[in-house]
Write a protein that binds this ligand. Structure first.
Ligand code: SD4
Length: 333
C-alpha cells in the first residue's frame, strides 16, 4: 500500500500520559483506581511517530526500543527501512532525481542531549540518516555537504551505489518532456520520512531523511537536514519534524517553532496548528499550491499532527498498536 494512502475514520486523538519511573515508584501507596491509571501511563512508553504511512519503519523502530535500544537507535533504524525501500520515490534509493538526473539526499538526526548531525546534497550513499549520525558522533561538525559528505561516508565504510532506479529514471524522462521548473510540491509527490521516538527512559530523539523535492534545481537543499526547520528535539520539552515544501518550513523555522510553542504550554496538536497558521496567514501566501505537515510529541508522550491540505498522515506505534492516522488540515475549502 502506498504511504500516502490513509486509514479512513482513524482517530485523530489517542495518546496517553507517560512518565513511567516516577509514577511507578508511587504505586504501592495508591488506590486500585490510581494503580490502573499508572499501568496505562507506564504502557504508553516507548513510542514512535513518523510522517506519512510508514508502518514497516515504525515497526522496526519499536523493535529496537523494545529490545532496550535508545530513541536515537530507533529513529535511525526506522528511517533506514524507508531509505532501503526502492519503491519510496522520495527517500534513499529510488528517490526521484533533480533536473539533471542526480539523486541527492538530505538527512539529519538530533538526540536527547541536543547533539545533532546532518548531510546535505549527498550522492550515491543510500543511508543518509546513518551518515548524519556519524557526522554527529565522529566529527567536530554538525553538517557536511556534497562531495565532502560523500568522501566522509566512504571513509566510514558506507558503500557507494547508484541510487537512480529504473522507475525513477523513467519518471524523470517523462518529466523532462515538459520540464516544468516551478517547484510545486502538491499533495501527491512527497514521502519524506521524519521520525520521533521516546525510549523507555523517557529520552527523545528524532531523524529526518529525504531525496527532497523531485526535479529540484541541482544543488537545492530543503528543510529536512536543517536543524530547527526539518527537525528539532528538546529533551525537556518535546520534538517536531516536518514534511512538505521545505522552502516554506525554512522560512518559518517550523520545527523549532513547534517545540517553542510547546514550551509555552501548547499541546503538540495546538503547536502544530499554530505553526501551520504562521505559513498560511502570511500576506500573499500561496498555500493552496503546496503542502506542509508537522508531527510533534511532548515529554509526556502526547502527540500532534497537522497539515495545510488533506491526505497528510502520521504513523504511530504505541501500546502495541502500529497505525496510520489521518491528519486534520487547514484548507477545508
Ligand atoms: C524538502 N521537505 O526537501 C522536503 C520534501 C518533503 O515530503 O518533505 N517531501 O523540501
Amino acid at each position: 500500500m502506498k504511504r500516502r494512502n490513509f486509514i479512513k475514520n482513524a482517530s485523530l486523538t489517542g495518546v496517553g500520559l507517560a512518565v513511567g519511573n516516577t509514577l511507578a515508584s508511587c504505586v504501592e501507596n495508591t488506590s486500585e483506581e490510581k494503580k490502573s491509571v499508572i499501568a496505562t501511563n507506564k504502557a504508553s512508553l516507548p513510542l514512535v511517530i513518523a510522517t506519512w504511512h510508514v508502518i514497516d519503519a515504525t515497526a522496526k523502530a519499536m523493535e529496537v526500543l523494545q529490545a532496550g535500544g535508545t530513541a536515537l537507535d530507533a529513529v535511525e533504524q526506522g528511517c533506514k527501512v524507508e531509505e532501503a525501500n526502492e519503491k519510496g520515490q522520495s527517500v534513499g534509493k529510488g528517490g526521484l532525481p533533480d533536473r539533471d538526473g542526480n539523486v541527492t539526499l538530505d538527512a539529519c538526526v538530533m538526540d536527547n542531549h541536543g547533539n545533532c548531525g546532518a548531510v546535505v546534497y549527498l550522492k550515491n550513499i543510500k543511508h543518509a540518516v546513518s551518515v548524519a549520525r556519524k557526522v554527529m558522533e565522529d566529527t567536530p561538525h554538525v553538517m557536511l555537504a556534497g562531495d565532502g559528505a560523500q568522501k566522509f561516508a566512504l571513509e566510514q565504510g558506507f558503500e557507494a551505489e547508484d541510487l537512480l532506479t529504473e522507475a525513477s529514471k523513467e519518471a524523470w524522462e517523462k518529466w523532462k518532456v515538459e520540464a516544468k521548473y516551478k517547484p510545486i510540491i502538491n499533495i501527491e509527490n512527497h514521502d519524506t520520512i521524519g521520525m520521533l521516538a521516546i525510549d523507555k527512559n523517557g529520552d527523545i530523539s528524532g531523524a529526518c531523511t529525504t531525496s527532497g523535492l523531485a526535479y529540484k534545481m541541482a544543488g537545492r537543499v530543503g528543510d529536512s537536514p536543517i536543524i530547527g526547520s526539518g527537525l528539532f528535539v528538546d529533551n525537556e520539552i518535546g520534538a517536531c519534524v516536518a514534511t512538505g515544501l521545505g522552502e516554506e518550513v525554512v522560512k518559518t523555522v517550523g520545527s523549532f517553532l513547534v517545540v517553542e510553542l510547546m514550551r509555552q504550554g501548547k499541546s503538540p496538536q495546538e503547536a502544530c496548528e499554530e505553526a501551520i497558521s504562521r505559513i498560511v496567514n502570511k500576506p500573499n501566501s500561496n498555500y493552496k499550491d503546496f503542502q506542509v505537515g508537522y508531527i510533534a510529541v511532548n515529554k509526556q508522550g502526547e502527540t500532534g499532527h497537522y497539515s495545510i491540505h488533506q491526505y497528510f498522515s502520521m504513523t504511530k506505534f504505541q501500546d502495541g498498536i502500529n497505525e496510520q492516522i489521518q491528519s486534520d488540515y487547514f484548507n477545508k475549502e
